[in-house]
Design a protein around this ligand. Sequence first.
Ligand SMILES: [Zn+2]
Length: 274
Amino acid sequence: MLIDSHAHLDSERYTDDREAMLGRAWAAGVGTVLSIGIGEGPAEMHQALDVCRQFNGRPNLPRLYASAGIYPHSTTEADDSAFAKLEALLAEPEVIACGEIGLDYYHEGAPRDVQKRGLIRQLEIAAARKRPVLIHCRPKDGETDAWDDLFLILEQHWTTDLGGIMHCFGGGWEQARRSLDIGFLVSFAGNLTYPKAQPLRDVAARMPLDGILVETDAPWLAPAPNRGERNEPAWVAQTARFLAELLGKEPDVIFAETTRNFHRLFPVEKVVGN
Ligand SMILES: [Zn+2]
């Protein structure tokens, strides 16, 4: 079985066919999906957990887990009640990760100092709740500004051995290596298949098998040949096969390794029944 380590299952783009969409994932060999709880802002942070509770236990669907977190550009809305909500959600057994949180200097939005403060506060909350973090990091084009700030913050404020995931990785080898050095997994999304992504493919080809995950980031970033369409967890298989070819491995090897890596980071089988 395969794991989609990052999908926004609460997106309203699945309102009409969410169960059928999850059924297609199961049919494609996706046994587990981590549903990302950021919504359109802190007021919707709980929606991923709601989706888990709605569908877990139904036959022939992937097992679902949730995260909760405040997206970098939503940190302007991160008041004490938002942080309290995050703390409460991370106490739920199905909410196995805090994210996606991080720094985004690419898009216009929350000022950098607000993003940094929001990230630091969430790292503290995640550490107290013993939850790994899902990191979104996007620098300005051609720069490493967000990465440099991120690693500085993690060094100072993420002193646990809980680890985390660099979600939808788009950095260079230097950033991948530093991520592995601090015990993070590096997750590849459908953009790995895009024509302009050769530098990313070069990084992926160097990755150790015990450091990788695959994800869809659905409903965004559909892999080739579905680029531009609404993405969905079933299609994580395309990215996994693509990554397998870059690494010179059989797809089954990549399916097994990414699944093992996910369960090493989240030993959830022990704590969450379904
Ligand atoms: Zn995402």
